[in-house]
Write a protein that binds this ligand. Sequence first.
Ligand code: SAM
Length: 278
Amino acid sequence: PSAPLYSPARVRQLLTQHGLRPTKSLGQNFLIDGNILRAIAEAGLSGGPAQGTPVLEIGPGLGVLTREIATRGAQVTALEKDEKLRPVLAETLAGLDVQVVWGDALDFDYASLPPGTRVVANLPYYITGVLLSRFMHAPAIVSATVLVQKEVGQRLASKPGDDNYGFLSALAALYGSVRHVRDVPKGAFFPAPDVTSSVIRLDFDRSAPLPPRELLKFIESALGHRRKTLRNNLRMIGHQGAAIDAALEALGLRPDVRAEDVPLDTLRDLAGRLGVLG
Ligand code: SAM
């Protein structure tokens, strides 16, 4: 056939032919822009040989991004929840070395992935945050190149003191580094989503030990209630006022400092002083 698979005409035709409509509750916004597809695949596979690299894709949908990755030689596992897409993927991925796993990405065992796995995906936006934290906690995953809402991309890349700095930003910094690859306009999708998107690449530092669970919980609670003081948030999780005051003072922090203005290393020191790290 003449037009590429991702062209708006082919995408509509594929859906009609299989009697399907994009399901909003599953975050189905399909990519229809070849330049964006190539940019995601390239950013996801750069920095190593594509040939044989294990890639995990969440939500292959109609298979357009999957094809883009698989034709570059990567070993793709594609995890899709919507079983109605079975006949579509059988058609669009025919002849390619792709393993489609039917199931929910929230139930997937990320520990079963081969070491060195890269995630490349146009994520279902309703579960972006949970999925990103699953990727971070899975030592086999070395990077995640994902399409997310622009606002989530900004949060991921924020530093302490920035407007939208929060737990997700802290997590990203704890596990590695974040790069903004490019913005993606609404028109690159069918149907068009409500907001602009961004391609983000997260690289995880797997030589460092995973942060202890206690530290993650501490940081999450500290950053939990924005606009409240750090002192107040720590009181809420049971720390004594006097102990907090002493620790803040020892670290040169004002008693009314807010957690989102405190550097991560200082929060870690604070956790240590409050006996959180055992
Ligand atoms: N990769 C395709 C593309 O770029 O055109 C589709 C991306 S679409 C934004 C998100 C995909 O994730 C859909 O195919 C949807 O069915 C799938 N999905 C939604 N929730 C899921 C879940 N919990 N587990 C696995 N896949 C899911």
